[in-house]
Ligand binder design. Structure first.
Ligand code: TRP
Length: 448
């Protein structure tokens, strides 16, 4: 372990940072609209299944490689298998981090803007808001700027402290909103849509969407957990930490759905409305509540903080790579990566009605995702690339590094791991690569 790379200040410090990365817009913005687009209950079950049998075991693998090597994703692969093409998998992760941040930052900018929109009582008008190029770009730039400042100054200080206070408050607010949303007239139909599975709604696209969402929400498939694992001490119990992270993350997503769907059906909105869903339905809920505008601004403050702990982690991966490998100063690297990401994100920012070319981009066919540039980026980097990255990395860890070596690393600090060691080794070598491979093949219509 190189002393100068730094370590988490405590066990909780790591769990908070990793859970902070996992919990974000993916849970409250992306999860409900993907559930809505994919027909409800059956998708939710499939998602939970993937979190348990693929997400969690795969998370252990990333964390173990990270702690073993104390390196960024590319460096970690180099440490195990020097001078091999496997390091391209790490490089894909670095690129994916920039790709995700480029559209994620745009949504985070909207979230930030909604704090003021709620405070000013301007509850409606989502479409006009996101089609205003100037505001959307300013808000996006601002969010990237805050992210940059924090990554620049180090993650341990302010942000760790603030998220420790604000995330539990978010949890309490969500619980309150669940009660409120379910008291509305017509809420039961929403609960039925959300919780009663209709398996006829499952198609190849649905399966990939569920798997992609599991990876996206848990921050897996691009080496983020390798990077965060690299700051872990050998005494750490990786197994229980990973279980906590998965439980927190999944609980928040499920809770968001318990608010959105009852409210949405009570208000007669369309569950398949896509990325606008949360920005349309939540404000409508606040509009009806006592002190709704206050609660609403507060909600968007908390959501912005949740997004910020995620954008920090997205920027940290390319930065960690360039700092470790290119030996340039952290200062220059952070600004360069952030500036580049901002430029890559501009088409996404302009794809919600302000520029027709980006609004109807349509490179990826319609049956897979929406035609706008932002949805297409979300599909390419947020679904496909994470699943593909996880496929390659699990093969690397199970076969090249060796599942036994990975398991030995996991065992340090996690005595309970012995009991599931054999099952885990099977999962990482056979089950995960096989299932992910099939799902990716299916995407190209191989089984149709
Ligand atoms: N998990 C985050 C969310 O749900 C998004 C995210 C942050 C992410 N870092 C990541 C996704 C790394 C994949 C990989 O909002």
């Amino acid at each position: 372990m190189q002393a100068d790379r730094g370590q988490w200040s405590s066990r909780l410090g790591f769990i908070f940072a990793a859970a902070g990365s996992a919990i974000g817009l993916g849970n409250i913005w992306r999860f409900p609209y993907i559930v809505g687009e994919n027909g409800g209950g059956a998708f939710v079950l499939l998602y939970l299944f993937f979190v348990v049998v693929i997400g969690l075991p795969y998370m252990l693998a990333e964390l173990s490689l990270g702690r073993f090597s104390s390196k960024n994703p590319v460096g970690a692969i180099e440490a195990v298998k020097p001078k091999s093409t496997w390091k391209l998998a790490g490089l894909l992760g670095v690129i994916t981090g920039i790709g995700i941040l480029s559209f994620y930052g745009v949504i985070a900018g909207w979230t930030f803007g909604y704090i003021f929109k709620m405070a000013a009582g301007k509850v409606y008008g989502f479409e006009a808001f996101v089609a205003d190029p100037l505001w959307v770009i300013i808000l996006f730039a601002f969010f990237i700027l805050i992210t940059t400042t924090i990554v620049y100054g180090g993650v341990e200080g302010g942000i760790e402290k603030w998220s420790k206070i604000l995330m539990p408050i978010l949890l309490v607010l969500l619980v309150g909103l669940i009660f409120y949303a379910n008291s509305l007239d017509g809420a039961e139909r929403g609960l039925a849509f959300y919780l009663e599975p209709d398996f006829s709604k499952i198609t190849g696209k649905t399966v990939l969407a569920a798997l992609g969402q599991a990876f996206f929400s848990l921050s897996l498939g691009m080496g983020l957990m390798i990077t965060y694992g690299s700051y872990l001490s050998k005494k750490e119990n990786i197994l229980t930490s990973a279980i906590y992270i998965a439980i927190f993350d999944t609980a928040i997503a499920i809770m968001a759905g318990l608010i959105i769907f009852p409210a949405l059906f009570a208000m007669g909105e369309d569950p398949a409305a896509g990325p606008s869903l949360v920005f349309v339905v939540f404000p409508k809920i606040f509009m009806q509540m006592p002190y709704g505008l206050l609660v609403g601004s507060f909600f968007f403050i908390l959501l912005s903080v949740a997004a910020l702990t995620s954008t920090i982690s997205l920027l940290e991966v390319p930065v960690a790579y360039l700092v470790d490998e290119k030996k340039a100063s952290r200062k220059k690297i952070v600004w360069a990566v952030a500036g580049f990401t901002f430029i890559v994100g501009i088409p996404s920012a302009l794809s919600q009605g302000s520029v027709d070319f980006f609004t109807n981009f349509g490179l990826i066919p319609e049956f897979l995702t929406g035609p706008d540039f932002l949805s297409q980026m979300s599909f390419i980097f947020g679904d496909f690339s994470l699943a593909f990255g996880a496929l390659v990395l699990s093969i690397f860890m199970g076969w090249v590094w060796g599942a036994g070596n990975a398991a030995d690393e996991l065992q340090q600090g996690s005595p309970g791991f012995v009991r599931i060691r054999a099952v885990w080794m099977f999962m990482i070598r056979y089950f995960i690569p096989f299932v992910v491979f099939l799902i990716l093949l299916n995407l190209f219509g191989i089984f149709d």
